[in-house]
Design a protein around this ligand. Structure first.
Ligand code: AMP
Ligand code: MN
Ligand code: MN
Ligand code: MN
Length: 276
């Protein structure tokens, strides 16, 4: 079975509407799909309907933005209940700070002589409540300021760059509780992408486990292939299950297509054992 348990639609910063995304998943050979939009559940119903129509199994998902010791960390929830009031209220609160942050990002661009970025980014965001740096990056590319999204992050939007605005997202314990409290499994998204020392990463995994977290993404489009073995080992050391997901945002923006990742290493207990 081909599981892809991390991807984005136009309900957050993906380029495909949920139905189009499911079509791309089907063409990529995916059997079981989770949609995991940033801080948002509004794409789930359409994605589930499309999966039902095409014979794919669908898992309700989300990717929650968390701030842990000044670092932004993403926690994926799988098998959540999209009607759970605590989860809905928590996500609404996280989304609520995005527009103000976007205005602050645009003010930084203004101060370095690049104007009109808020309007530009918003015009590319189908769901303005989840205005993201990805929308700013796309605007910078289309307005000719940078060659591609990656250079937009390297030059302007990445941590410590001129248009970067430090932000406080949700607390780790809260995000995990919203997920587990709605019947879901909490998974650390792309653990190899954070700027944490080995020691800090171990402390983080310990706190995540204490909060009720159960799994790590091991095979993800956001990891270099050489990192799969590293995080398979971390999963074993901490008693975590492992997940597999492309983190697909759209053609031309993602290293790997839906369903195209290699399988989980044999040493890893799959996260789907927890909800199959
Ligand atoms: P935000 O949640 O607004 O901070 O935006 C983060 C999003 O920006 C991520 O979910 C990715 O979609 C995108 N992103 C982050 N880093 C890069 C990068 N180097 N190149 C392209 N997109 C990126
Ligand atoms: Mn994204
Ligand atoms: Mn992420
Ligand atoms: Mn993601």
């Amino acid at each position: 079975m081909n599981y892809d348990l991390h991807c984005h639609s136009t309900a957050s910063d993906g380029l495909f509407a949920p139905g189009e995304l499911v079509d791309a998943a089907r063409r990529g050979g995916v059997n079981v799909l989770a949609l995991t939009d940033h801080d948002e559940l509004s794409g789930l119903a359409e994605a589930r309907q499309a999966c039902d129509a095409h014979g794919l199994r669908f898992i309700n998902g989300v990717e929650i933005s968390v701030t842990w010791e000044d670092e932004t960390i993403h926690i994926v929830g799988l098998g959540i209940d999209p009607e759970n009031p605590q989860l809905l209220a928590g996500l609404q609160q996280v989304r609520g700070s995005r527009l103000g942050r976007a205005e602050a990002i645009a003010a930084r661009f203004d101060s370095i002589g690049i104007s009109g970025t808020l309007q530009g980014a918003l015009s590319l965001a189908a769901n303005p409540a989840v205005i993201s740096r990805a929308h700013f990056a796309r605007h910078l590319v289309s307005a000719g300021h940078t060659r591609d999204a990656d250079s937009a992050f390297k030059l302007y939007l990445g941590s410590g760059k001129p248009a970067y605005v430090p932000h406080h997202w949700s607390h780790l314990e809260h995000a995990v509780r919203w997920i587990t409290g709605s019947g879901g499994v909490a998974v650390v998204a792309h653990p190899g992408r954070y700027r944490l020392s080995d020691q800090a990463l171990r402390r983080f995994f310990g706190e995540f486990r204490d909060a009720g977290g159960r799994a790590l993404e091991v095979v993800t489009g956001s990891h270099q292939p050489s990192q799969y073995a590293t995080f398979a080992r971390f999963a074993r050391d901490f008693g975590f299950h492992g997940s597999r997901g492309s983190d697909f945002h759209g053609v031309g923006e993602s290293r790997i297509g839906l369903g195209q990742l290699p399988p989980l290493p044999d040493s890893v207990r799959p996260v789907w054992d927890l909800f199959d």
